[in-house]
Write a protein that binds this ligand. Structure first.
Ligand SMILES: [Zn+2]
Length: 627
């Protein structure tokens, strides 16, 4: 039935590719920067971390190049920054003060910072801009955790999340993925804490309160990252390691022991790893995402430390970004499927390589099912892989279309051309566009020249355009299958219908994804007595596995299964990762009777949530009840 709905939508709608206005798909509508006139080559940061004031204080020197000799005004992105002074200098020249203007604030985009080049200052290409500034305590990229919200409870913790347009809240810069720059940084902290960045972290760094970083490869602004806390290091392999608070370091090192093998497998399949070391940083539970692929140092939620290495697909995903996303980036945010979709394909391939096809197929089916469940809630225009995204569309959401539909496009191409040919194509693609930012149209042109036209008659450009510009899924999409999940689903229905006893369902022997699938397949008719038996026999309410907890508490809220409400409350307070908490709030709102309870729990949990999670939860809590 769903399939029919999707096909019907396809027929009924024509999308952005046909729009006849001045929309430019290559332009970044989420940045104020005039990056066609000036471009940043290098950033030099000098920042002091002030935990008491919740501010970064210091300066950035931007090494710029003027591309347009007539351009006299440099426009940068900023968001709630307090700018103190701006000066400009020619290479080896004296600095001169420059006038600047902070423009009116635009929701989510922040404020344009316009810097006028002084009279007589006429760079013949290269020049630098130095800006002294402070961040605001409410900077959207930064979370300042008090000691009680860390694992150790003794020291504060700071971490950044720049993607997608939050870098501008801690550095004034050209905040667009279309600009790549190298950076250097001096970071001053309380002497007992360690600072880390998306740069050349030294595993042997001595705590001194002053740390120096270099990032020699050019990166887009959304990959600028910093973390400061009571952090220690454990090696995982010659090129890999993990940083965490001492209280979680051993568990993290055990959980992610396969990281070096993953890195080696990925390099074997898709070309050399280009970034030197690959380390993980385990953040406190309030980190709003599963992971963030900050180059050389992925930021990772502690909620994937399940004790049994069952949730390490997240590491495969963040690592895979070292090729798709970090090496070849999306040109603007409407092209983010090039980043997330390609990575979602790669992470399944890595899981298959390391842990076998059955486990990878389980991941594929779970992802596919989540997409199909979400699609009806996503506007048709946003179901295109490469939607129209003007500045007025800043609040639009693709859900997980850019991840999961993007992956399905690559699955489809692999299926059509064969794995060997497609792997070769991908390795060539990463090499061809390395350290560049590209648009969906550049991808399509490269795909046409290097794959479609090389093996004519298999897939047409029009077929790929349907994926890029039309809603829903094309009818010939390759739908993933998993025998183990199918068995779990069959047993869920049989048990619910009284055909088999729960004792004969070997849940304890299953993978966590099979358990998740079992829980999600249970019919609405299940009685409270059955839910009690299921919970008591399998300890669902007290699970250590955050994905099982997520699936269970969504059902608890949806079905109003009151005996597990206290555990659900604890789940919502314990975690701040959006994926784990927002759908539970949504289920509480949608059951039509628990809006007040959802608001009460949110009020309790909010002090431990990241600003990004707070925004996402508030969106759900503001929805009308009983939708
Ligand atoms: Zn990702």
């Amino acid at each position: 039935m769903l399939r029919k709905l999707i096909v019907a939508m396809l027929g009924a709608l024509a999308l952005s590719s046909c729009a006849q206005d001045a929309y430019d798909p290559g332009h970044d509508y989420f940045s104020f920067a005039n990056s066609d006139q000036f471009v940043t080559r290098h950033l030099e940061l000098d920042l002091t971390v002030d935990f008491a004031a919740r501010q970064l204080v210091g300066s950035v020197r931007l090494s710029m190049e003027r591309l347009d000799p007539a351009a006299r005004e440099l426009v940068l992105d900023s968001h709630t920054l307090h700018i103190e002074s701006v000066s400009v200098a020619l290479p080896d020249g004296l600095a001169r003060d420059a006038e600047f203007l902070i423009g009116a604030s635009v929701k989510k985009l922040g404020e344009p910072l316009t810097i006028s080049l002084p009279d007589g200052f006429d760079p013949d290409g290269a020049f630098s801009v130095t800006i002294h500034y402070r961040t605001d305590p409410g900077a959207t990229a930064l979370q300042w955790l008090p000691p009680e919200l860390t694992a150790g409870g003794k020291h504060p913790f700071l971490f950044s999340q720049s993607q997608d347009i939050h870098a501008r809240s801690w550095i004034p810069l050209q905040d667009t993925p279309s600009v790549r720059a190298t950076y250097g940084a001096t970071i001053r902290t309380p002497p007992e804490l360690l600072a880390l960045m998306s740069a050349d972290n030294d595993p042997l760094a001595v705590r001194s309160g002053e740390y120096r970083f270099e990032m020699p490869q050019p990166i887009p602004s959304y990959l600028l990252a910093i973390a400061v806390g009571d952090i220690f290091f454990a090696p995982l392999g010659p090129q890999t390691g993990v940083y965490a608070e001492p209280e979680v370091l051993a568990a993290a090192a055990h959980e992610f022991a396969d990281t070096q093998n993953m890195l080696d497998a990925a390099a074997e399949m898709y070309g050399d790893y280009q970034w030197g070391r690959y380390d993980l940083l385990i953040l406190p539970p309030s980190f709003p995402y599963g992971g963030m692929e900050n180059p050389r140092l992925s930021f990772i939620t502690p909620t994937v430390i399940a004790g049994d290495r069952s949730l390490v697909s997240l590491i495969a995903h963040e690592l895979a970004h070292s090729w798709s996303g970090n090496l070849v980036s999306n040109r603007t945010w409407r092209d983010i499927w090039l980043n997330e979709g390609v990575t979602s394909y790669l992470d399944k391939r890595l899981m298959e390589e390391l842990f076998g096809k059955e486990r990878a197929d389980e991941e594929r089916v779970i992802d596919y099912r989540e997409l199909i469940e979400q699609l009806p809630d996503i506007k048709p225009a946003m179901q295109a892989l490469a939607p129209r995204l003007g500045s007025e569309d800043i609040e639009e959401t693709q859900g997980t279309v850019h991840y999961k539909k993007g992956q399905l496009l690559l699955d489809y191409l692999e299926h059509a051309f064969g794995r060997e040919v497609f792997d070769r194509f991908l390795a060539g693609y990463f090499d061809h566009f390395r350290f560049e930012a590209i648009s969906s149209e550049q991808f399509l042109a490269y795909l046409t020249d290097n794959l479609l036209d090389q093996y004519p008659g298999k897939v047409s450009q029009e077929q790929v355009e349907q994926w890029l510009y039309q809603p829903g899924l094309p009818e010939d999409a390759v739908i993933p299958q998993s025998e183990s999940l199918q068995r779990a689903a069959d047993l869920a229905l049989k048990w619910a219908g009284g055909e088999v006893s729960l004792e004969s369902v070997p849940i304890a022997d299953w993978s966590p994804l099979a358990v998740v699938h079992f829980i999600k397949t249970l019919p609405d008719t299940l009685s409270d007595e059955q839910l009690t038996e299921l919970d008591q026999r399998n300890g669902l309410s007290s699970t250590r596995n955050a994905e099982i907890g997520r699936a269970w508490f969504i059902q608890v809220a949806k079905r109003r299964y009151r005996p597990a409400y206290e555990s659900m409350r604890q789940h919502l307070i314990r975690y701040g990762r959006m994926r784990l908490v927002v759908p539970v709030y949504k289920a509480l709102i949608e059951n039509g009777q628990d809006k007040a309870l959802a608001e009460e729990i949110f009020a309790l949990a909010k002090p431990g949530y990241h600003p990004i999670t707070i925004m996402a939860a508030e969106l759900v809590l503001d929805e009308p009840a009983g939708k």
